[in-house]
Design a protein around this ligand. Sequence first.
Ligand SMILES: Cc1cc2nc3c(=O)[nH]c(=O)nc-3n(C[C@H](O)[C@H](O)[C@H](O)COP(=O)(O)OP(=O)(O)OC[C@H]3O[C@@H](n4cnc5c(N)ncnc54)[C@H](O)[C@@H]3O)c2cc1C
Length: 386
Amino acid sequence: MIHLPKNDPETYEALADTVRGFADSEIRPIAEELDRTASFPRDLYSAMGELGLFGITVPDELGGSGMDVLAYSIVMEELARGYASVADQCGVIELIGTLLTQYGTPEQQSKYMADVLAARKIIAYCITEEEAGSDVAGLRTTASKTDDGWVLNGSKLWIHNAPVADVGFVLARTDPEACHRGMSIFIVDLHAEGVERGPKEHKLGQRASQIGALSFADVKLPEGALLGELNRGFYIMMSVLEKGRVGIASLATGIGQAGLEAALEYAQQRKQFGKALVDHQGLQWMLADIAKDVAASRALVRDAALRLDNGKPAGKACSIAKCFAGDMAVARSSDALQIFGGSGYIQGFEVERLYRDAKITQIYEGTNQIQRTIIGRELVKQGARD
Ligand SMILES: Cc1cc2nc3c(=O)[nH]c(=O)nc-3n(C[C@H](O)[C@H](O)[C@H](O)COP(=O)(O)OP(=O)(O)OC[C@H]3O[C@@H](n4cnc5c(N)ncnc54)[C@H](O)[C@@H]3O)c2cc1C
């Protein structure tokens, strides 16, 4: 069992070392194969569940690791340095674990939490639809009240884990007249009658993460399927997204760090014009630019995490971190690939995968355009100073 230290400032480094060691021994060696075969590493997730790597901020008494958001960001960065798809799984479990912690009834917590954190039940966080991407107000999936529960109808798109998931946390419209104030969250058994799954999507990157569609045709839900207050679902889903954005920003930082390490090692080994690449100033400067942006990204992530941990307003900081880190991962993984020359363009080289894995960090958990909209809105509302 990995010993995950609690929220003592002196032990964050030990936490990073522990998870880095796990990523080096258990994740990095299989990352290339997982990417090539686009397969779901169920055994790895079971092992990670046993080790306490899921539910980092979920309280001990609910079966989590009881640490803070800063610790979560460290875990996400180190997992992503191993392979971003694995960190992504940690991220979706953290979101659902947070939803259950903050809004679940004791019955819902005891029914789902242990299985979710042990990865015995694979979960899906289901918001996006054909007409509801960045603008969640376009949501069409409905949950209609019956005498003894609800009936769910509609469909969801590009849902992480959909092809393999057991339980969905589904945002549905419960009041057709009210816009954002007419949505609720339902915990849905994805093996129930009326649930159908689309095929696994073929993606550019993070290929071990399984993405697909889900459709619901007259799916019967019991009363106890409602999570949180009726018609508050939009706000509940959004309330966990600040932590989610810290998670994706950390993941993007991990991709940047992996690119830096790979590029530096290659530049020290490869010789052209009679000396190592690293001895050409132009390449040293490229490496310096990657290093400074990874460090800046990490500092922004830690700032956002600490704000959440200290109960300070964190919306703008989380969006700044997510936006900067995602843009950094895309730009700097491209630079890392460039340092490899032609080799970087060939499948099987880590930098080629990192370049593909980075792109989605600008799209999911709110696109980087939406992050800029949030940052701009906060600036207009509160001024240029925090
Ligand atoms: C790999 C992957 C995994 C995903 N996982 C999940 C999941 O688990 N659960 C889930 O619910 N969803 C998931 N999604 C969906 C994801 O959250 C959406 O793709 C994302 O929110 C953007 O929505 P969209 O694709 O419909 O783009 P659109 O909203 O149609 O946007 C298209 C473009 O326009 C820009 N844009 C839109 N509105 C504005 C505006 N007001 N101002 C400026 N620019 C704007 C966007 O930034 C984007 O560049 C996933 C998607 C992918 C690809």
